[in-house]
Design a protein around this ligand. Sequence first.
Ligand code: FAD
Length: 399
Amino acid sequence: VHSASCPKVCIVGGGPAGFYTAQHLVKTRPDVQVDIYERLPVPFGLVRFGVAPDHPEVKNVMNTFTQTAQHARCSFHGNVSVGKDVTVQELQEAYHAVVLSYGAEGNRTLGVPGEDLAGVHSAKDFVGWYNGLPTNRDLRPDLRCETAVILGQGNVALDVARILLSPVDILKNTDITQPALDTLAESSVRRVLIVGRRGPLQLACTIKELREMVNLPGTRPEMEASDFECIAKMLKVLPRPRKRLTELLLKVAVETPEETDWVIYSIGYKSLPIDPAVPFDPRKHIIPNTMGRVQKCAGLYCSGWVKRGPTGVIATTMNDSFDTARTLLHDMDEGTLDISTVKPGSAGVTTILEKRGVKPVLFSDWEKIDSEESKRGEARGKPREKLLDVGEMLKVAWT
Ligand code: FAD
């Protein structure tokens, strides 16, 4: 099936959107070749660098992604930063279609004075730090304070609160990085205030995360009772998921407190433009698209957070990526996506990268990193001890 004339698609970004788009393409069309280009030497995006260490069950999707990466008509090329090492236009010349699935690596900021002060961090950086994202390795948060404040009430805010308050005994057998574990073991934080700009009915988290928070061992939830006056009366008219969430809040609502030492703002992520050739909506921070087709750019598609904005769980990203794959396959079938010419695919891109001194990390190279991390983790009773440095990752990958 693997022939020079087969349709060739490349995907930019090796997170859930990239892998789910690839999965649907190779499963549905028996002749398509799919290559995934990922900036980091390691795959899986926010499943590795976002999902909380105490949610190992969520990370099981990595097994499905691994199967896709090992599919005969799919390949993974890590350590390739699209927009820098190779342009989107060069990818378009090498492939019949390019799918942009590079997530939302920017940070929404508050735009208020004091945001840059020491002791104020974004949740994105803090999460990246405890999950081993190389760029956040040196964050070194100073947790010698009693009260931490989190601005925002979504699932990421609750992840951060849980990590700050969880007994280290709960975390020590997860894949949290050792430096984060050591810092948390010394932490003086005893109280975390989770602040929202609106009321309990606008809480942005899901019930699973709220339940975990209010049931955390050694922790007592406190809520502003005055926020809950009138709410009980409204329960009947709320849609079922919101009703369950609010009932849980009402059950634990009591009086609250003041004051603060350490602040995390958790008000969301945002996508960034990666290449001037690709249209970008600077207000919504997404690539403008219709059902995954990038507007006014034939042969260019998008999926995941960069397509619809940084909301939704992995399952939402999966459905959205399958939709984009369906759109692309439909365009191939209808002939609106031209697959009649022979394209070089990864052979063409590899030549470009070689000239620029960029050596990709293949999936088999990642497997060496994976087994080194598992080995280091085993010694500490953890599923893995992540490598924190890109240089070290590359060394392990290529030996
Ligand atoms: P990403 O996962 O961000 O993947 C994008 C990939 O593109 C990354 O690997 C990145 O390195 C790569 N990339 C970026 N720029 C380039 C470039 N220029 N060239 C090449 N590659 C590039 N969902 C759940 O279901 N359960 C959870 O418990 C959960 N926890 C979460 C916790 C946090 C802190 C966050 C932020 C999200 C969480 N989610 C969770 C949501 C889930 O992670 C997202 O739905 C999903 O990861 C979005 O997938 P994506 O592929 O669009 O983006």
